[in-house]
Design a protein around this ligand. Structure first.
Ligand SMILES: CCCCCCCCCCCCCC(=O)CC(=O)SCCNC(=O)CCNC(=O)[C@H](O)C(C)(C)COP(=O)(O)OP(=O)(O)OC[C@H]1O[C@@H](n2cnc3c(N)ncnc32)[C@H](O)[C@@H]1OP(=O)(O)O
Ligand SMILES: NC(=O)C1=CN([C@@H]2O[C@H](COP(=O)(O)OP(=O)(O)OC[C@H]3O[C@@H](n4cnc5c(N)ncnc54)[C@H](O)[C@@H]3O)[C@@H](O)[C@H]2O)C=CC1
Length: 313
């Protein structure tokens, strides 16, 4: 049943993509890590020309490898009885992805730039200032930030009307949602283009104002925090908390599994940022156990240990 649901999601995303049209044809994705590689993949499989940019050539090589493998998973499902068509789909999608280590050069030919670099305001400001000086007039800029303010990120560019948030979910090829965030100065035309583009790459779009965490993370952060506090108090074991939310509430992952999956350093970074900004909000108060795990390097799946132990990849 679970497999059927997952298959349905990927097949639907793929066929929607083929059917939809978008004014955006050339997209530049900046940041070739976990999220950027997923955004590049769904864009290329929907027929867009993609330039994937990272400062590190090693990251770009790793991204291309994982995109190839993930497209293979999609092809296996969508073209299960037509392996040759599947191979063609993978080859054509891969051929639409160019890579670059030069963000400014890559922005010059983009209709849309989606930024998915580190979650750091200073680094994002520096990048967008550089891009604003060279990108064509019509180019729309978007950030995939999880927790920072879109208005604050776009404060450094002149094109504030052509700036918004496009918040994808991990893993991008599987998760069906895209949060389209309207900043204070995002124009109606930019908003409409972002919504159409989101549909064209196979996502269901929801709209949100520029409010901390948008919709999903504003609800997820307090939920995960409460799960950690419950565990910290010794009220239930980690396994039982996760089992409870999977079997009692139908979530695909329990909250502590999800915290490990996202990364405990990311969780802590978001929580600390919001706590500094909203010190009176009890939901955002620091959690000693989370701080301890991070200080011990127990960052979740990627580190081999968080709330659970994992085989290192
Ligand atoms: C601590 C304090 C407070 C702070 C808390 C902060 C929390 C929130 C902060 C968030 C930080 C940043 C995050 C963010 O901004 C927003 C997010 O992204 S939140 C995370 C959202 N994601 C989820 O909730 C994931 C939930 N999990 C799932 O849906 C599934 O478990 C998952 C799909 C990940 C894996 O499914 P599972 O059945 O367990 O494993 P399989 O390996 O069998 O995969 C199922 C199915 O999917 C296919 N697949 C998996 N990955 C890919 C891929 N990358 N590309 C293509 N296909 C993929 C796989 O092949 C399987 O297909 P089958 O047909 O079933 O074989
Ligand atoms: N990890 C997650 O579950 C989610 C993360 N996000 C957001 O997406 C963004 C990226 O997150 P991840 O992909 O997880 O990070 P990541 O660490 O996997 O990838 C970030 C990449 O950006 C590159 N980079 C850093 N500065 C750069 C620059 N100036 N120019 C070009 N490349 C640069 C790094 O080399 C790295 O490869 C963050 O803003 C994060 O908050 C959003 C949704 C989910």
């Amino acid at each position: 049943m679970k497999k059927m649901v997952q298959f349905g999601v990927i097949a639907r995303n793929f066929s929607n993509s083929s059917a939809m049209q978008s004014a955006i044809k050339n997209i530049t994705v900046i940041g070739g890590g976990l999220m950027g590689s997923g955004i590049a993949q769904v864009s290329a499989q929907a027929g867009q020309n993609v330039t994937l940019v990272d400062l590190s050539p090693e990251v770009l090589a790793k991204s291309q490898k994982s995109i190839g493998a993930n497209l293979g998973r999609v092809a296996k499902k969508v073209y299960k009885d037509k392996p040759q068509e599947g191979e063609k789909f993978v080859a054509e999608s891969m051929a639409r992805i160019k890579t670059s280590t030069d963000p400014a050069a890559a922005a010059k030919s983009a209709d849309l730039v989606v930024e998915a670099i580190v979650e750091n305001m200073g680094v994002k400001h520096k990048l967008f200032q550089q891009l604003d000086a060279v990108a064509p007039e019509h180019t729309i800029f978007a950030s995939n930030t999880s927790s920072l303010s879109i208005n604050e990120i776009c404060s450094v560019v002149k094109r504030k009307d052509r700036f918004g948030g496009l918040h994808f979910f991990n893993p991008v090829p599987v998760m069906r949602l895209l949060e389209v965030v309207r900043g204070a100065e995002t124009s109606d035309a930019t908003y409409k283009t972002m919504m159409e583009w989101g549909k064209a790459v196979g996502k269901t779009c929801i709209t949100c104002k520029d409010t901390p965490g948008f919709v999903v993370n504003r609800l997820l952060v307090p939920y995960i925090c409460e799960a950690i506090r419950l565990y910290e108090r010794g009220d239930a074991s980690a396994r039982d908390i996760d089992t409870a939310m999977k079997l009692g509430a139908g979530y695909p992952m329990g909250p502590l599994e999800l915290a490990d999956y996202v990364g405990l350093d990311t969780n802590k970074f978001i929580l600390d940022g919001w706590h500094n900004k909203y010190p009176d909000q009890p939901l955002f108060k620091p959690i000693p156990l989370l701080n301890k795990l991070v200080s011990e390097g127990k960052l979740g799946v990627k580190a081999g240990e968080g709330f659970y132990k994992y085989e290192k990849k």
